[in-house]
Ligand binder design. Structure first.
Ligand code: ATP
Ligand code: MG
Length: 200
């Protein structure tokens, strides 16, 4: 009985290994990727910054542009500004319901986009993070087609990571990898304020 089960397990695992090995062997291209991290759950920006840490560990050059300045004392900004290999720009003025000033938000969006466009045209930059940029498309502060053109024309090996809720459909279609992060629970709704090291 037990032997039978062990045998069945072994042959099931052998079949799975063959499938996994075949899939790995079939993935034989190397090129820069467009990743989109979207959805209502927590984990979009922190996933992007996790990849920044990975990239720096490999000696890659990274440009981060934060399009909405939530706060000026985040752990990620303090940490990554101390690292060689990463350039960090914060261009947003805050969430749009805080600034309540459309003209100023658009000017900040354009300033952020100028940094992004420069990085997207620079083959010395290996990874570009466009944090919270989706809001600017959704509010009409930045033209999505213009951004998609610059992303499509980037150096072949450059990776681009985009974060923000409600990613526009055309951005999702253009992307290679898209994660839609769900919101099953968030401590904030139970009355816990944002915690340093976890939320900022
Ligand atoms: P993180 O930076 O933690 O990965 P995020 O990028 O997915 O979060 P944002 O929409 O950029 O999410 O919001 C950032 C801040 O808002 C973080 O402090 C995060 O914990 C909090 N937050 C994210 N999602 C939710 C949610 N569903 N409910 C309440 N707060 C949230
Ligand atoms: Mg975020």
């Amino acid at each position: 009985m037990t032997d039978d089960r062990a045998l069945r397990h072994r042959s099931r695992m052998a079949r799975r290994k063959a499938r996994v090995d075949a899939a790995i062997a079939a993935a034989d291209q190397d090129r820069g990727l467009l990743l989109v991290l979207t959805g209502p759950g927590k984990g979009k920006s922190s996933s992007a910054f996790g990849m920044v840490a990975r990239a720096l560990g490999h000696g890659l050059a990274v440009q981060v542009v934060q399009f909405i300045k939530g706060r000026s004392d985040t752990g990620e900004e303090a940490f990554f500004r101390r690292q060689p290999g990463v350039a960090w720009q914060v261009c947003g003025e805050g969430f749009t319901w805080e600034t309540q000033d459309r003209a100023r938000d658009i000017a900040a969006a354009e300033a952020g986009w100028a940094h992004a466009a420069r990085a997207l045209a620079d083959p010395a930059v290996d990874v570009v993070v466009l944090d919270e940029i989706t809001y600017l498309f959704n509010y009409g502060y930045l033209d999505l087609d213009r951004a998609l053109e610059a992303i499509a024309a980037r150096p072949r090996m450059q990776h681009v990571i985009v974060t923000g809720r409600a990613a526009p459909r055309a951005l999702v279609e253009a992307a290679d990898t898209v994660s839609d992060i769900g919101d099953l629970k968030h401590a904030f709704r139970a009355g816990v304020r944002a915690q340093p090291g976890i939320d900022w």
